[in-house]
Write a protein that binds this ligand. Structure first.
Ligand SMILES: NC(=O)c1ccc[n+]([C@@H]2O[C@H](COP(=O)([O-])OP(=O)(O)OC[C@H]3O[C@@H](n4cnc5c(N)ncnc54)[C@H](OP(=O)(O)O)[C@@H]3O)[C@@H](O)[C@H]2O)c1
Length: 324
């Protein structure tokens, strides 16, 4: 860290999520966006100006060797996460890598091993884990507020026009519903119920084998999760956590919930917990805390958490026969 008070960020891959993340970084006093990199210099320069960033690069590698950068945020398509994360870690940078960590469990292992080998903080950008409402709900559930959790229902769905192209429908970039958004309902089930005993997944795919929608049942010893991801339909995107003594509903869209309600004994309690900015602030602040405390991983979304989720996703990938 070059400046005692601030953490210096670099961002690579200046698309949709990079813009959202950069605008949230501006809300954190201790965050300093010092460098951005794109494959296209004009784009990098424009992005840098928009977010008060001092340096723009026309290659990701140039940013990795910038001494001023403490942590790199990797915002490229899924297929490149593994190689870019490992390169950044090798270059001595801490890394926050967008979800999903990689397109295979094996690559996810390589990424977490690189973090240990180069002694650098590394985290999958599972921003939902750091939302104030999700954090609070998990704490309360762990303390038994609704008894034993036996049921989780969650989905993530939006309509995307296949004709408009883009990475969502590109099998070379890990396109499809499962890897892009299916990981969210799987995350909720995993964080509440752990590793399932059995998974049943069915998809509707396009002619290239990309999953347009995927429904999943996760079977546990005493519980079930019913999950869906779709890029061809909309839904209410509420998540329900059902227990033996009540149930909790996360506000829609649940993966960035600004509150929740608990129903117990036929009484409903509504809790409002707004996010700071778009909600990417919370994961960024967690990175700051971990780096300051010399932690290689977050206790809230650890390497093991990412690896176990990656294994679950991989099993579904095999069941629905994705072409990557
Ligand atoms: N946490 C969240 O809420 C959230 C939301 C959306 C997406 N994501 C994740 O973030 C990642 C990026 O998603 P996005 O929606 O931001 O995608 P996007 O808008 O397509 O942007 C991705 C950027 O990656 C770079 N890139 C590098 N290699 C590329 C290639 N072969 N094809 C296309 N772009 C390439 C490009 O930046 P340059 O041209 O500047 O190099 C591009 O602008 C995905 O892994 C996705 O799962 C997370």
């Amino acid at each position: 860290m070059k400046n005692k008070d601030r953490i210096n960020w670099g961002i690579i891959g200046l698309g949709n999520i990079a813009n959202q993340f950069a605008s949230d970084l501006l809300l954190i006093e201790e965050a300093n966006l010092v460098a951005v990199a794109s494959r296209n210099f004009v784009k990098a320069n424009d992005f840098a100006k928009q977010y008060n960033c001092q340096k723009a690069y026309d290659s990701y590698e140039a940013l990795f060797v910038d001494d001023q950068v403490d942590i790199v945020y990797i915002a490229t398509p899924h297929d490149s996460h593994a190689e870019l994360s490992i390169k950044a870690l090798e270059s001595g940078k801490h890394v926050l890598c967008e979800k999903p960590l990689s397109l295979s469990y094996k690559d996810a292992v390589r990424m977490t091993e690189a973090s240990k080998k180069y002694n650098r903080f590394f985290m999958e950008a599972f921003w939902t884990r750091f939302m104030p409402s999700v954090k609070e709900v998990l704490e309360k559930v762990n303390h038994g507020i609704i008894g034993e959790v036996n049921y989780v229902k969650a989905d993530f769905a939006f309509y995307a026009d296949e004709a408009s192209g883009g990475r969502l429908f590109d099998k070379n970039l890990g396109g499809g519903a499962l890897y892009d958004i299916g990981v969210y309902p799987l995350f909720l089930s995993y964080i509440l119920l752990g590793i399932p005993k059995e998974i049943i997944a069915k998809s509707v795919c396009n002619e290239n084998g990309i999953d347009l929608q995927t429904s999943m049942i996760l079977n546990y010893e005493n519980a079930q999760a019913i999950l869906n991801a779709s890029i061809v339909s909309e839904s209410d995107m509420k998540a329900v956590i059902g227990g033996t003594q009540g149930h909790i509903q996360l506000n829609a869209p649940w993966f960035m919930a600004d509150g929740y309600s608990i129903v117990k004994d036929n009484q409903e309690k509504i809790v409002c917990l707004p996010n700071l900015g778009k909600g990417y602030t919370h994961e960024a602040i967690e990175c700051h805390d971990c780096i300051r405390n010399n932690q290689m991983e977050s206790q809230f979304w650890s390497h093991q958490n990412s690896l176990e989720l990656s294994k679950i996703v991989e099993e579904i990938k095999l069941q629905i026969k994705l072409p990557f």
